[in-house]
Write a protein that binds this ligand. Structure first.
Ligand code: AMP
Ligand code: GLY
Length: 423
């Protein structure tokens, strides 16, 4: 199988490593890729990942048997549709189905129709009057959740107990011409559950937890994710089944009923509250950084698995198999991330490997690796338990340096200490 992967993050690096291990894979290609991927894949330029015609031309040039689309931006733009029309097998939902991530209002509508639990929400439009904004804020609190209803990959959300800060974010989003979504605050530990979805067939991967805030102890701004671990020792054994049956299957059926069946990866972001799982958001793709931990434990050959989703034969695929133990990933971010990451700082000790995954990296004129984006590396540790996985990831990280680089030292620590409890 000749495979083309679209994307340039550590998530795509993890996908490439998984695809490479499958004996069915004969050639790997990636576009636009990053400096770390050249060791395992041909890297092709792609100026604009939303350009369906350019992506199709590349797939034709390569003779791709399967195209795997990593990020949400091309999915929401309908690149999978353009490729399918040209006859390619694609892992990734259609533009219509990807609205589950691209429009929070659409996702709420699907959940309401499917009877899935989620936060109460109220929309404010850019022409909202002063009293309308203030009375909407009155309806929520003492924890305000203010979202930019555009595609912001977790970065357009402010969760705060400070009403003035909530108002400030409302104003900023409206001033940018985007609608705001105010939401009720969902309490309880967060879970990321990735499901392969092919029409009404839903196959869950291992549950993971992301760490979204920039600094230790969940302080600082929301980011795209600073680290993750899997599986979740605190989740009841029936937890994944409950999420699949109460959330993912009803949504998959609703998408089929709407005439826009889902095909690809459905990422449910949930909070586990007093009454069980409630949806925070859906994504139409693998999560980053959770994928780096989850795929580290997957034994099932990945290329054949993703290909079965792309060809509509997931229901016939054998059950997934997993390594025993735990996996964890720690993100090394550039100076200034998430507000204004600095590019160009030299990295050392960071040559790509099974455990040093690259995201925002490039090579300078001297061939040195340099930071080229907010999240620079994703370091993976696998162990018999979370504690050992942590030790291994942080040991690898201690051999890497990046001027101004920062990472969280507490990934999975509350779980290791047994501090996470369900309501
Ligand atoms: P989102 O972009 O919707 O994934 O939001 C980013 C992060 O903000 C989530 O991972 C949560 O940590 C937090 N968040 C979003 N919505 C809520 C909510 N309704 N209640 C509690 N936390 C939330
Ligand atoms: N880890 C969060 C995301 O991928 O959106």
């Amino acid at each position: 199988m000749r495979i083309l992967v679209i994307g340039s993050g550590a998530r795509e690096h993890a996908l490439l490593l998984g695809l490479q291990k499958d004996p069915a894979t004969t050639e790997l290609h990636v576009a636009p890729g990053n400096a770390g991927m050249a060791a395992i894949s041909a890297v092709h330029p792609l100026a604009d990942v939303t350009d369906g015609a350019a992506t199709t031309a590349l797939a034709q040039e390569i003779g791709a048997d399967l195209v795997v689309i990593g990020p949400e931006i091309p999915l929401v733009a309908g690149v999978a549709d353009v490729l399918r029309e040209a006859g390619f097998a694609v892992f990734g939902p259609s533009g219509e189905a990807a609205k589950i991530e691209g429009s929070k209002a659409f996702a709420k509508d699907v959940m309401a129709a499917a009877g899935v639990k989620t936060a109460q929400a109220q929309a404010l439009h850019p022409d909202a009057a002063e009293d309308e904004i203030e009375s909407a804020l009155d309806n929520f609190g003492p924890n305000w959740v203010v979202k930019d209803d555009g595609l912001a990959a977790g970065k357009g959300v402010v969760v705060t107990t400070d009403r003035a800060a909530a108002r400030e974010h409302v104003d900023a989003v409206l001033a940018a011409g985007n609608p705001v979504l105010l939401e009720s605050f969902l309490d309880g530990p967060e879970i990321s559950l990735f499901c392969l979805v092919d029409g009404e067939t839903v196959v869950p991967l291992l549950p993971a937890q992301d760490h979204k805030r920039a600094y230790d102890n969940d302080e600082g701004p929301n980011t795209g994710g600073m680290g993750a671990y899997t599986p979740l020792p605190w989740l009841p054994v029936t937890g994944v089944d409950r999420i699949v049956n109460e959330v993912c299957v009803p949504v998959a059926k609703e998408m089929v009923a709407r005439g826009t069946p889902y095909s690809g990866l459905l990422y449910a972001g949930l909070a586990w509250g007093a009454e069980g799982p409630s949806v925070i958001e859906f994504n139409a793709r693998f999560g980053d950084p959770e994928t780096q931990a989850v795929l580290a434990l997957l034994k099932t050959p990945l290329a054949t698995l993703l290909d079965s989703v792309a060809r509509g034969t997931l229901a016939e695929h054998a059950p997934l198999t997993w390594e025993e133990g735990s996996a964890l990933t720690v993100v090394l971010a550039a100076d200034g991330y998430p507000a204004s990451p600095r590019k160009g700082d030299v990295l050392s000790g960071a040559e790509p490997s099974e455990t040093v995954l690259h995201a925002g990296t490039a090579r300078n004129e001297q061939g040195q690796l340099v930071a080229n984006g907010g999240r620079v590396l994703s370091i993976v540790g696998v162990g018999t338990d979370l504690e050992q996985a942590r030790e291994r990831a942080y040991a690898t990280l201690s051999g890497i340096s990046l001027e101004g680089g920062h990472y969280r030292s507490d990934i999975a620590l509350p779980a290791v200490k047994g501090e996470i409890s369900l309501g």
